[in-house]
Design a protein around this ligand. Sequence first.
Ligand SMILES: *[C@@H]1O[C@H](CO)[C@@H](O)[C@H](O)[C@H]1NC(C)=O
Length: 167
Amino acid sequence: MISFQKSAVLFFALALAVIFMLETASAGVIYRTIVKREGNLDFPAQKINGVWKGTVGGETTFYDIGLGACGTYNTNSEFVCAMPFEMFDPSPNGNPNLNPNCGKEVIVSRKVGGVVKSVRVICVDRCAGCKFGDIDLSPAAFNIIATPAEGRVLTNVTYTGEPPRAP
Ligand SMILES: *[C@@H]1O[C@H](CO)[C@@H](O)[C@H](O)[C@H]1NC(C)=O
């Protein structure tokens, strides 16, 4: 016959085990969700046939949009970006208008206070003042993830390597 004390100990041990299992499971789910939302960090940015794909961390700022290296005129209110020269270069025949990264989609995300803000933009330019992993956004795009007063913020940048899909 199992004593009351023994069964009480057994009950608490079982309860602790169940709580531990639930915590572990939910922690796993939360971790996967965050990674997914910020871009797949299991897929670091890499150049495939001249086109960047994957995620890289760096700093994001904004600039005055005009005629870009890709050869198109854009405006400050469009969701566009310039990518770091080291990532953009080289261009076929030295012609930046023919660069295969032009017109490709880039997702810039920023975690602030546990909340992830992200914006999808199209690459239209080459940023001569950017370090590898940085991105230069149009004012409209920058305002989605930060305030103009912040000026320069830390971000994760995911290159999809594809033109933007229709919304
Ligand atoms: C970049 O992604 C990593 C991994 O998910 C995360 O820990 C980090 O907070 C992100 N950084 C920013 C600035 O969003």
